[in-house]
Write a protein that binds this ligand. Sequence first.
Ligand SMILES: O=c1ccn([C@@H]2O[C@H](COP(=O)(O)O)[C@@H](O)[C@H]2O)c(=O)[nH]1
Length: 245
Amino acid sequence: MNKQSLSSDRANTSCAVSSPVVVALDYPDQQQALAMAGLLNPAQCRVKVGKELFTAAGPAIIESLHHLGFDVFLDLKFHDIPNTCAKAVGAAAELGVWMVNVHASGGRRMMEAARNEIEKKSHRPLLIGVTVLTSMERADLADIGLDIDPQVQVERLAILTEQSGLDGVVCSAQEVALIRAACGPKFLTVTPGIRPEGTEQGDQRRVLTPLQAQNAGVNYMVIGRPITQASDPALACEQILASLS
Ligand SMILES: O=c1ccn([C@@H]2O[C@H](COP(=O)(O)O)[C@@H](O)[C@H]2O)c(=O)[nH]1
């Protein structure tokens, strides 16, 4: 199947999951990722493919997850000169992914180029800008020369992302109210750093529980280890969904 027909097929078959949960498949190979996907229900969640899995398994993993019925967020956080970033985002669109992202700190011209590139494609994924990684706190920003609270930089980059014509941002759930006020109700918020009560925070710093995130108004919650490292991942996912209803 060529790329064009793949993206056309995907545009026609993309499922409309109402669940906000996106499970991060952070695995070193296709076998482990597909084993986890096989435990999950595509009617209850979407899945995310990040740098580790995509580098190890390549575009074939996207096609395999589509065949299982999942919408896929390709989380490669492109950050490059405008032409290079735009072409990468265009290639992601041709894989038929549901969502793709770039670093908002790549700037206005980079984000506009990415947006213009996917507008040309027959399948148009959601295009999202990463603001400040949820693993970062104020001290981490100071290390890179930004002596400000994360929320100040998140708001600044969210406004720039919205002005650049993207669909939304990756941020922590803690900043969603701020972004709603600055960018309006239609601008999407995609929030990693979700930690159900009693689960380990790990390297995340700006966290909320699923219920707190829902109450804050997030559109999509990216959840990895609290589901994938649970003794029963399917049950963990169901318990998170139950906590939201
Ligand atoms: O700011 C960001 C952007 C992306 N991520 C990604 O989300 C998941 C989170 O996984 P957990 O195991 O639930 O911590 C992971 O794939 C990150 O690469 C993020 O955490 N923060």
